[in-house]
Design a protein around this ligand. Structure first.
Ligand code: NCD
Length: 302
């Protein structure tokens, strides 16, 4: 594996399979209250410049279960609010002998900038509308557990594609593993220049459910929504919500969502308790896949 994880294109099929094997090992061997030593004497800075629940807690727990020393850094409450630049901030943290940065930012490219400014390991935990590699890895791990494979599966990504770093990363990871990927979304929620990935667009949710083995449903990202992009949220829900009635028409079809979910908009709440809804498993597997990624990257520290 390359020494940093900024883009999903940093990973090939062998890297992904290595991560899955390691995640499986951690999942099978982790005992509550016990720790692995993979990150012993390694200091990890968790630098989240944007709100997060799952990703932040999951990285925090993963690093703790590997015995890392952990620094939490957020712009609020730091000298960034006094005008210190990001680069000076990173230089300061570097001087404290941090070996790994886990970075979340509302701006695309920030993890790459940090990588350019430091010789430490940098992991992208989600940057703007660009990429969220570890989410796609945990999604692929979860789906491969459910189906026993990824190659040959039909995967449809649903909803707010244009604002979604999760979609971008999943398209790359799922295709690298041999899946067929298609999209379903209103035209205004697809990338303007259709379509950078050459993916087929499915016309309706019914057709998507009919075709797919798995749906990756995205949150409607209202905080990134320019005005006028949708007639109304209700209109979106009417045509693009995965309703209970539509979902139960097909046995076994897997449903994933990175969270947080807007129930009643992109997803019917009743689906959340169905056995083929994998949202809870995604959260559980998020910790084990991130343990695997941290452990494998730490091997680059020698
Ligand atoms: C996603 C994110 O923040 O990119 N969530 C996550 O990391 N679990 C998706 C989202 O915010 O909609």
């Amino acid at each position: 594996m390359k020494p940093c994880l900024i883009n999903t294109s940093d990973l090939n099929k062998d890297d992904l399979e290595l991560i899955f094997a390691k995640a499986k090992y951690f999942k099978e061997n982790y005992k509550y209250g016990e720790k692995f030593n993979d990150l012993k004497n390694i200091t990890v800075a968790i630098a989240f410049f944007e709100p997060s629940t799952r990703t932040k807690l999951s990285f925090d727990l993963a690093a703790k279960r590997l015995s890392a020393d952990i620094l939490h850094f957020a712009s609020a409450g730091s000298s960034i609010t006094k005008g210190e630049s990001l680069v000076d901030t990173i230089r300061t943290i570097d001087d404290m002998n941090v070996q790994m940065y886990i970075v979340r930012s509302a701006f695309s490219g920030v993890p790459q900038i940090i990588k350019n400014k430091t010789d430490r390991i940098v992991i992208n935990a989600g940057d703007g509308k660009h990429e969220h590699p570890t989410q796609a890895i945990l999604d692929a791990f979860t789906l491969s557990e459910y189906y026993g494979k990824i190659a040959g599966l039909n995967i449809c990504i649903v909803g707010d594609i244009i604002h979604s770093r999760v979609a971008r990363s999943n398209i790359f990871v799922m295709q690298t593993l041999g899946a067929n990927v298609k999209l379903v979304a209103p035209g205004t929620l697809l990338p303007r220049h259709i379509n950078p990935w050459n993916l087929e667009i499915i016309d309706s949710i019914d057709d998507a459910i009919n075709w797919a083995d798995a749906l990756i449903v995205l949150r409607l990202q209202r905080e990134r929504m320019e005005s006028g992009i949708l007639p109304s949220i209700a209109e979106f829900a009417k045509f693009y919500q995965i309703t209970f009635e539509k979902f139960i028409q097909k046995d076994k079809i897997a449903l994933m969502h990175p969270g947080p979910v807007n129930y009643g908009i992109e997803l019917d709440y009743r689906i959340s308790s169905m056995p083929n809804c994998l949202i809870d498993k995604q959260v559980t597997n998020g910790v084990f896949t991130r343990m695997a990624i941290l452990s494998l990257l730490a091997q680059n520290l020698g």
